[in-house]
Write a protein that binds this ligand. Structure first.
Ligand code: SF4
Ligand code: SF4
Length: 77
């Protein structure tokens, strides 16, 4: 069965960036902590203290970001 990583509760996102740090660390050859190298990105909604969570097209659906999100925003099946 194919793994499926999904955003299930975007409203719970705290903007902590753990998902982006984990993704960049585990999915770069150099193992860097660099949100700009992650395949998921977090943007603050304009004028609000809430965040938008999106996967980039190059996401390989590995599920690591779900493991490191402690706010239940991302799930993996
Ligand atoms: S599923 Fe994997 S590749 Fe995609 S954003 Fe999450 S950690 Fe990165
Ligand atoms: S999706 Fe989860 S890990 Fe990523 S910034 Fe939001 S709360 Fe943090």
């Amino acid at each position: 069965m194919t793994r499926q990583t999904k955003i299930i509760a975007e409203e719970n996102c705290s903007g902590c960036l753990s998902c982006t740090l984990a993704c960049s660390f585990f999915n770069t050859p150099e193992k860097v902590f660099n949100p700009s190298r992650a395949h998921v990105y977090i943007e603050r909604k304009e004028g609000q203290n809430t965040f938008e969570v999106n996967f980039k097209e190059d996401c390989i659906d590995c599920g690591t970001c779900a493991e490191y999100c402690h706010y239940g925003v991302i799930s993996v099946e």
